[in-house]
Structure formats: C-alpha cells, structure tokens
Design a protein. Structure first.
Lengths: 37, 166
C-alpha cells in the first residue's frame, strides 16, 4: 500500500460537521479523504 | 436528583474514555487531518456511513466493538476508540474520540495504532485544535450570557403606579 503522506499531512481548514449527510454523500466524502495512490 | 446523586459535570471539550459511544444524538465531525489509509470494500464503506448515521441519531453501536474494548490502552490513555468496519475480524478501523456532545473522527487505518506505544502514530494536532476551539467558544458563550444577565440585573425597575404605595 502506497500512502501519499504529503497529502495526508495537509490540514483542512477546520473540523467538518458531517452529521446528517446521506450515506451516498458520506461514502463519496470518505473516498475523497483516501491518501492511497 | 439531589446534589450528592448528581453525576459530575462534564466539559464539552474534555474527551470521554467510555468503552461505548453513548446512545444520545451527537454531532459527528471530521478531523482537519482525517485521512483514509486503507482500501475499503463496499461493505466497509457502508459500515462507515451506518456508524456516522447511528452516532447522529443516538443509536446502538455495540456491534462494531470487540470484547477487548474494556481493556483498550488506546482508549484509556488517549480516549481514542476504534470501531471495526466490515466485521469484527477486519483490519479496517475507524478511529474516533467521543465528547459529551460530539464525536470527532480521526482516521480510517489498520491496527497499527494499537501496537506499542498505542496511539504513537496518530495525528493528534486536529484533536488539540478542536478541543481548544470548543473550549474557547463555550467560554465566549458563557461570557455573553453573564453579560446579558448583568444587564438585566442593572436595568432600573419601572416606577410603581401612583396610589399603590403603603
């Protein structure tokens, strides 16, 4: 497994509230947070 | 409840080390450094979405714990809980921290953070920022509330209608 550590270390602006997102939105968001390359 | 029977007050920015996620609705927040270090199956992704939904609704998450949760050093020392995605034998874990009104998601990774020293490889910067911000926000809210109360107390009483004096 190769991890893009530079991308992983990059902080997003703030903690994001994901309460109330639909399962589809949560899974799409999860996919965007993957640092595997 | 009497004063003696009342449970101790919990501060919103202090992480809990309970071996379960409380069954009350909590806001779910994704840490600023949240990343996924594991290639997830469809079932594991569905479990993730289900867990987030259950936390938001105050549902029962016990099927995502393992029996070892009570002897979990990562939980005891760092208040970091791990939930299994895709069944109890899976190596895809959702690491999170529970607060009285929030759950902060740290990352999805393998068991590597459970190995000694537990939590050594976890990025805790986002957690620190989150706790500082929640504490600051609550202190500002309390200060505003106290100011409003002080204004009310200082407000002069309206004069009593004539003829009703003693």
């Amino acid at each position: 497994v190769i991890v893009d550590r530079a991308n992983a270390a990059k902080a997003r602006p703030d903690a994001i509230d994901i309460t109330g997102l639909s399962p589809e939105e949560l899974i799409a968001d999860l996919g965007r947070r993957s640092v595997l390359v | 409840l009497s004063r003696a029977a009342r449970p101790p007050a919990r501060k919103a920015w202090i992480a809990l080390d309970l071996p379960k996620v409380e069954s009350v609705p909590k806001s779910v927040l994704r840490d600023t450094h949240f990343s996924v270090y594991v290639r997830l199956t469809e079932r594991q992704e569905t479990d993730y979405a289900t867990i987030v939904g259950l936390i938001g609704a105050g549902g029962d998450l016990s099927r995502y714990y393992r029996a070892s949760t009570n002897t979990d050093v990562l939980l005891r020392e760092h208040q970091v809980m791990h939930l299994h995605l895709g069944g109890p034998g899976s190596d895809a874990l959702l690491y999170l921290i529970q607060y009285p009104a929030y759950v902060l998601l740290l990352c999805v990774d393998t068991h590597r953070h459970m190995r000694p020293p537990p939590g050594g490889g976890l990025n805790m910067l986002g957690r620190k920022e989150f706790e500082v911000k929640v504490e600051a926000k609550i202190k500002v809210d309390i200060a505003k509330l106290m100011e409003s109360v002080a204004k009310l107390v200082r407000k002069p009483k309206p004069p009593e209608p004539e003829g009703q004096g003693g």
